[in-house]
Design a protein around this ligand. Structure first.
Ligand code: GRF
Length: 192
């Protein structure tokens, strides 16, 4: 419950592994009145994740879990999530695959951003593959997380043109901008 806004927000955790630009964006939205979730916890599988800096900037709790032993990591994450009363999970550049059991525990309450027009290009190197295949469009997808990788129900999806000048890097930058629009839109849609 976010007292300052007067509306009841769903307490959420964001899982990251890297730069955290989607996390930063969700934290910004989280502070606005009409956004239905409040990001109250940041979880990473590595202390090297640059996005962890946003925990201090936004005064949000962060915790790093070592995924060498995934069972122990997930058990401890579940304990923390319960303690913090987290009811919703956003994966944002989280590079670990969560177990079936973990996903089952949070059934229908974990979403992910994927940098392709799913069901095309599940997994990694999406931009490289799109350019190599001479696709006309790239894009991003926000989807529910299920036990099958990048295959859960699509919440929202948006496409952009791939130009002849594009390379995987330039395309990644363009798609990331799109992700920053689409991720909050997906959350609004879910809770509307
Ligand atoms: C994004 O492109 C996301 O789609 C992918 O990893 C990237 C994470 O970027 N899964 P950031 O850490 O949110 O900046």
């Amino acid at each position: 419950m976010e007292k300052s806004t007067g509306i009841k927000k769903v307490k959420a955790a964001v899982f990251i592994s890297g730069t955290g630009s989607n996390l930063q964006n969700l934290l910004k939205f989280s502070k606005t009145k009409k956004f239905p979730i409040s990001v109250d916890l940041i979880i990473s599988n590595t202390k090297k994740a640059k996005g962890l800096k946003y925990a201090d900037q936004f005064n949000v709790k962060k915790k790093i879990f070592n995924f060498k032993n995934i069972k122990i990591a997930e058990k401890n994450i579940l304990i923390l999530i319960k303690k913090e009363k987290i009811k919703f999970i956003c994966l944002a550049g989280f590079m670990k695959i969560l177990s079936k059991n973990f996903i089952k525990t949070f059934n229908g309450k974990i979403i992910n951003v994927h940098p392709s027009l799913l069901p095309k290009y599940k997994g990694l190197q999406t931009h490289y593959r799109a350019i190599k295949n001479k696709d006309k469009f790239a894009g991003c997808t926000i989807h529910y997380v299920t036990k099958k990788l990048d295959s859960g129900k699509i919440i929202v999806q948006k496409k952009i043109k791939i130009t002849l000048k594009d390379n995987p890097n330039s395309l990644a930058k363009k798609v990331l901008k799109l992700e920053h629009k689409l991720y909050p839109a997906a959350i609004m849609k879910i809770f509307s």
